[in-house]
Ligand binder design. Structure first.
Ligand code: BUJ
Length: 655
């Protein structure tokens, strides 16, 4: 009986320990995946290099709506010559390079170069933003509580990634079949070299996870000719910015555990009540500057004082930038301005991402683009929104810890500046004001059509949005122009994006039918056929792009190899090539309950940056443009286009 008692005692201890362990792990991690985070990575398919003939054909198709018949005939000759001649050599070289680099894909390095060699400012040129939906409980939406909860959930997310407990990202074609325990139990048992094939049998497509390693503790660093991506996987601190002042504090303790929520609350409260004024020469502004100027200025900072370098490292290695803003933007346009570029002071634009909190607790993620794309950022945003709304660690009753929130624990970073640096900062601010001052923004919330009712008509909602964009542009400019729709290729190893050329012969025909000058009135049946044709063509192009069968990245790489070898080829010097690549309509979409609005700047001075969303309740556009275009007119024309499509659908459903 003594033996039995001992046994029971030990069993009790075990239970106690295991309960403690499980509550520890619940505190520190978002979840513990059953399938290891990088389990599918080794067997992810490689991005195919499309056939040269296919890319040439797709290229010519994309040119159809942009050129006259005569111009197109002339281009066909240029393309045929390329395809039969130099194009073949270049393609062969690309295929060989690809074979020699099995660990990645044929675009990846050149795509990093495209971003990192770009000497323009990252602000407006590349960095987009995505704004969070509010926490449904207003009392959790204050700047202090929300930022504290998002910081804690981010730390949980960071630890979950670092310790490889994050569930791998999988696209489930048939979620009832594959988003299941059976799927997880089967695929986890397969060796990594086969696991992707196992998932495929469930009609589930694991996505590339390589970008997640650069989400936290990462920063772009300005360097001569090509910037560097820097990551410190061991760093424990966060960077907080307020009024352009920098503060850092450790979020993880010595053992790597997240510090108590009361301490985090106290640290943030301390920063919010700090009365240090905004610096006269904010170093942060340099990150908005042209990259060459910032490269020089960074070196001058390092040379001016050895402490400056340490401070820069501290900023660069921090988990992320948490920006506590003083303003309270009231409407979606003001929100876009705040989150897309802000004041040029309370941001470190080179951080892989920043969480920005307005005075009234509206939150957004602003990210640098070179390291990663929307899929990785959206995963983080979803995890963060879920965790902060379902398991917030700080609530309105949480009392900040009395022995935290002091200058001892929260370090304020101040830089030593030379007169030359002060001058550079002043100039950078002028450049920033000029660039951002010329950008206009406007949005549309449209309630008459939704994802659901478009699907009832068997139309792809995305194709209808893309058509509306074409129709809006056509109403103002009466022509078709280069259009870019971003499409993820993350189903492939190191996949990034491909372009869907969503201005097609079908959309051009619809523009002509609906707003052309022929004067003839098309019937509802004709318009309905037109809508279906647009939807089908667009669906085919989107599928091809997602499968790595676009033409843009392929030609981009061939052009790069040609350039590296000093070749100048008519294929790429022909005005039609630059015309197609002068992107007038740059578009991207993102739909998730955690996201309310998002946006990015037009990529050309005479173009539009069109973010859009489609949900079961509404449709929305958020558009930007520079002074050559009128964004308000564009939005009115989007509305008119949607109204006209809506009335076609209504008439069709009555007949
Ligand atoms: O294509 C690429 O390689 C990356 C693209 C580049 N570009 C933005 C220029 C197309 N990057 C992305 O696509 C990421 C963009 C992330 C922001 C997306 C914004 C979506 C807006 C959604 C909601 C709009 C609803 C407004 C309602 C009032």
């Amino acid at each position: 009986s003594q033996e039995l008692r001992n046994c029971l005692q030990n069993y009790g201890k075990c239970l106690h320990t295991s309960a403690a362990l499980s509550s520890f792990s619940e505190r520190e991690y978002l979840h513990k995946t059953r399938i290891p985070t990088y389990h599918f990575q080794a067997s992810l398919p490689r991005l195919p290099v499309p056939e040269l003939g296919k890319s040439c054909e797709r290229y010519l198709n994309a040119q159809l709506p942009l050129l006259s018949e005569v111009e197109h005939k002339e281009l066909q000759k240029v393309v045929a010559e390329f395809q039969a001649g130099k194009g073949q050599d270049l393609h062969k070289q690309l295929v060989e390079q690809d074979k020699a680099n099995k660990h990645t894909n044929y675009v990846s390095d050149l795509w990093f170069d495209m971003y990192l060699k770009d000497r323009r400012s990252v602000v407006l040129t590349h960095n987009p933003f995505v704004s969070f939906a509010d926490d449904p409980r207003p009392e959790y939406n204050t700047q202090l509580i929300r930022s504290a909860n998002m910081l804690i959930s981010s730390a949980r997310c960071m630890k979950t990634m670092r310790d490889e407990f994050l569930e791998p990202e999988v696209f489930h074609l048939n979620p009832t079949k594959s988003d299941t325990n059976t799927f997880r139990s089967v695929t986890r048992l397969l060796p990594s070299s086969l696991s992707w094939y196992g998932a495929y049998l469930f009609k589930a497509f694991p996505l590339d996870m390589s970008q997640y390693k650069r989400l936290f503790n990462s920063c772009r660093i300005p360097r001569p000719e090509k910037d560097e991506l820097f990551t410190d996987r061991d760093a424990k601190h966060v960077l907080v910015m307020r009024k352009g002042n920098f503060y850092v504090f450790d979020v993880l303790d010595r053992d790597g555990n997240i510090i108590p929520e009361e301490e985090i609350l106290a640290h943030l409260q301390y920063i919010l009540s700090d009365t240090t004024p905004s610096p006269e020469f904010p170093v942060s502004t340099l990150t908005s500057d042209l990259r060459d100027s910032w490269t020089q200025a960074r070196q001058q900072l390092v040379d001016a004082d050895p402490q400056n370098e340490k401070k820069l490292r501290s900023i660069e290695s921090s988990m992320f930038g948490l920006c506590l803003d003083d303003d309270q933007p009231g409407d979606p346009n003001a929100i876009t301005r705040s989150f897309l570029y802000g004041d040029g002071v309370n941001r470190w634009y080179d951080k892989s991402f920043q969480l920005i909190f307005t005075k009234d607790g509206t939150a957004a993620c602003h990210f640098e683009h070179s390291w990663g794309d929307g899929v990785a950022v959206l995963r983080y945003i979803r995890e963060l929104y879920k965790d902060t709304t379902e398991k917030p660690r700080v609530n309105p009753q949480t009392k900040p810890s009395a022995n935290a929130g002091s200058a001892e624990k929260v370090q304020r970073l101040e830089f030593t500046l030379t007169p030359q640096l002060k001058e550079t900062i002043t100039k950078a601010k002028e450049r920033f004001n000029e660039a951002t001052g010329s950008l206009d923004v406007h949005y549309l919330q449209y309630l008459k059509m939704t994802r659901k009712n478009l699907k009832q008509f068997k139309l792809s909602p995305d194709s209808v949005m893309q058509l509306a964009i074409q129709l809006a542009h056509y109403q103002i400019h009466h022509k078709n122009r280069g259009t870019y729709e971003s499409c993820s290729t993350s189903a492939f190893k190191h996949g990034r994006t491909e372009t869907v050329r969503s201005c097609t012969a079908a959309t051009a025909a619809m523009c002509e039918k609906m707003y052309g000058t022929s004067g003839s009135q098309p019937s509802v049946a004709e318009l309905m056929d037109g809508l279906k044709a647009c939807s089908e063509t667009h669906g085919k192009l989107t599928k091809e792009a997602a499968l790595g069968q676009g033409f843009d990245r392929h030609l981009f790489c061939l052009k790069n190899i040609a350039q590296q070898q000093g070749m100048s080829l008519p294929m790429f010097t022909h005005p039609a090539y630059s015309h197609l690549n002068h992107i007038i309509l740059s578009t991207s979409t993102l739909t998730d309950p955690a996201v309310i609005i998002g946006g990015f700047a037009a990529v050309t001075p005479d173009g539009y940056g069109v973010g859009y969303g489609i949900t079961d309740d509404q449709i929305g556009f958020n558009v930007t443009s520079y002074s050559a275009c009128n964004v308000r007119d564009f939005i009115s024309c989007c509305e008119k286009a949607l109204d006209d499509i809506h009335s076609v659908l209504q008439s069709a459903s009555k007949s």
